[in-house]
Design a protein around this ligand. Sequence first.
Ligand code: ZN
Length: 419
Amino acid sequence: MSDLPETKSEMVSKKTIETMVPAKTVKLLLRLLRASQPVARIELARRLGINRSIVTDTFKPLINAGLICEEPLQPVNTARLQGRPPISLSFNDNGKYFAGVSLGVRLIQVGLTTLSGQTLAEDEFETPPDSLAAVKALKNSLEKLCARVPDQELTVIGVSVPGVTDAARRKLLYAPHLDWRDVDLATALENLRCGKKSADKIRVVVENDATAAAVYEARLRLKKTTGGILKDFILVRSGTGIGVGLIMNGEVYRGTGKSEGVAGEFGHTTIVAGGKPCVCGNRGCWERYAAAAAASSLYTGDRMQLGKVKPPRYVEIVERAEAGEIRAIRTLEKIGEYLGIGISNVITGLGVPRVILSGRIVYGWKFIRKPLKEAISNSLAGKLTDWSIEPGEPRGAGLGGAFEVAVEEYLSYGFNHVI
Ligand SMILES: [Zn+2]
């Protein structure tokens, strides 16, 4: 409790005590409630290792404001219960919902969700080659979906993008695989009405897709874990390219100052001098060797250059490996080795030894696991740190990641006026 604000004891009123819960604890409690709802106060206190009175103080104003509701937990055997049944807490949706947009290189997915996790509507379409056409299609899709829930109000739109964002998280600054630059998504989407009762603009948050996937994986683990909370990890998302999301001390790390939003672009760091040309203009970038998409050219080798063989996609290579085809197995092992080399670099550079692998590369986990782990073991990071790597979601969180971005924003800022 050392980070509590200093207050003269004689001035401490009941109200002050209620507001003395550190902002970080409040945020963590809100996250944990969302991941575990419906859940009893005592369980939240146990999971965070804090006093139950802190949970009570935090949630009291939110319950009074109708943002969180209380109801009896369903008892296993009512007849055996003594006294009051335990009370659980859940978020009250209050007619509000969130939109998620997963802007992928090939596909755009759009969806609406509530704070309690119910999906209200979904849509998807191929990503137009031109950013202006994509923004127009996106607005149309959102308006169409919002029209399905006319009595409710859109609160925040979370957009996950395959590239670098600006520090304010309003723009996609550069998406190498789409060759899009300076796409101001927030300005394009914030004036949608979507049941908005006030004249306020809709809050729009544009987030890098690997970071969105990291936030998603953090929430999944918050839900599953019964012990400590995963505070520091690296998420490596490998699909069309490679992106890295960083969670440090429980929060997303994006870089500092004017470089905020650039952190995690390890896919475009060089691992082979004078190597294969990359869409970013450089040669020998890590993602040209270790992204799931790199498997096609590794598999076909010179044959593709003759134009006689249509290169198989990553999932097809995994299927061939499953069927015992040696060329497919060797391809995946090579990808695993390159992934391990790059991941060792990331661990060494950041000093964060826990890694979650995400994206469609995970479909081939069975084949890439061993060479990947060997590559890390051989590196300095492998020898000096207590490292670990585990597979995450093969779909790279997609829409789920975009929903997390929207809801995180709401939990961080939307509750401030009450707490
Ligand atoms: Zn590159």
